[in-house]
Design a protein around this ligand. Structure first.
Ligand code: GUN
Length: 290
């Protein structure tokens, strides 16, 4: 068979156009707009691209944005002071600290300095704790949320499915497991030390791959017939082309649905960041409906 495409680009556009419309209505009614402050420490090339894309999307949706670029030698205390200032600033409704941070800075400490109400990444211990105790926080990590919204848009049933997740990161693996579990899926999380990986992936009704270590390493021999395959990874191959964990060519012949890279989860992640930025703004202004 040939898999149907889970088109993240098109689906992201569906969500962002709704967000744009709502922001315009809110602006007319309340004379206020969300403001996202993005902090980047150092000049990691991948981070620079991600931050630029976030800024561009904010502009498209009339979300005010501010990119704060700090020197790679920035001290932890100085970063904490900046976040504390932004937490108190009424105009700033969303704060995002681009990861990774330089070695001298404790990432956990920095993330948890962000006010949970402004934590548009959903990375603070408060927001993660709320998620894992089924008290859904208003702000959920963007990539996992994007995966759920993409599955929903294509009316893919999650309940009762065996979902296999490759990768146990704080950003993707763990929160997507929580969201799928809440929707009554059976979950297996695989990682570097997992034995007989293929024997597990071959039982997956939904396979979510978020390893990002080696391009196209999951070929059709890892896939169950008619599986739904989601590729979260973004890897530059030898030809400098963006690819994922999944060998799209062979897997798309066996799966029922598959995400492309690029054009799959990437655009959904940015769309959900915009969604969270709007949610954070509405919550801080006690706006529940336009
Ligand atoms: N670095 C890579 N992905 C992300 C993300 O989703 N949020 C932040 N803050 N940093 C990242």
């Amino acid at each position: 068979m040939t898999a149907k495409l889970l088109d993240g680009k098109k689906t992201a556009l569906f969500y962002t156009s709704k967000i744009k419309e709502e922001i315009e209505q809110l602006k007319t009614k309340y004379k206020k707009t969300p403001k996202l402050s993005v902090i980047m420490v150092g000049d990691d090339p991948a981070s620079s691209i991600y931050v630029r894309n976030k800024e561009k999307k904010c502009k498209e949706l009339a979300i005010e944005s501010e990119i704060i670029k700090l020197n790679k030698d920035t001290k932890e205390d100085d970063l904490i002071n900046l976040i504390t200032k932004l937490n108190k600033d009424n105009k700033t409704t969303g704060i995002l600290v681009q990861l990774p941070l330089p070695k001298q800075i404790n990432e956990t400490k920095i993330i948890n300095t962000i006010s949970p109400q402004k934590d548009v990444d959903g990375f603070t211990i408060i927001n993660k704790g709320l998620l894992s105790t089924n008290n859904n926080p208003p702000l959920i990590s963007c990539t996992p949320l994007g995966i759920i919204k993409l599955l929903e848009k294509y009316k893919i049933k999650i309940e009762g499915k065996h979902c296999v997740i490759l990768g146990r990161s704080q950003i993707v693996g763990k929160p997507i497991a929580e969201l799928l579990l809440q929707r009554n899926a059976t979950i297996t999380i695989c990682h570097k030390k997992t034995k007989n990986l293929k024997s597990i992936t071959k039982t997956a009704d939904i396979l979510i791959s978020a390893m990002g270590t080696k391009a196209n390493q999951i070929n059709s021999s890892y896939i169950k017939d008619k599986a739904i395959v989601i590729d979260v990874a973004m890897i530059r191959n030898k030809e400098n082309k963006l690819t994922g964990d999944i060998d799209f060519k062979s897997v798309s012949k066996k799966a029922s649905y598959i995400t492309p890279v690029p054009g799959g989860i990437g655009p959904m992640t940015i769309a959900m960041l915009m969604y969270n930025t709007l949610e954070a703004f509405k919550n801080q202004n006690e706006i529940h409906k336009v």
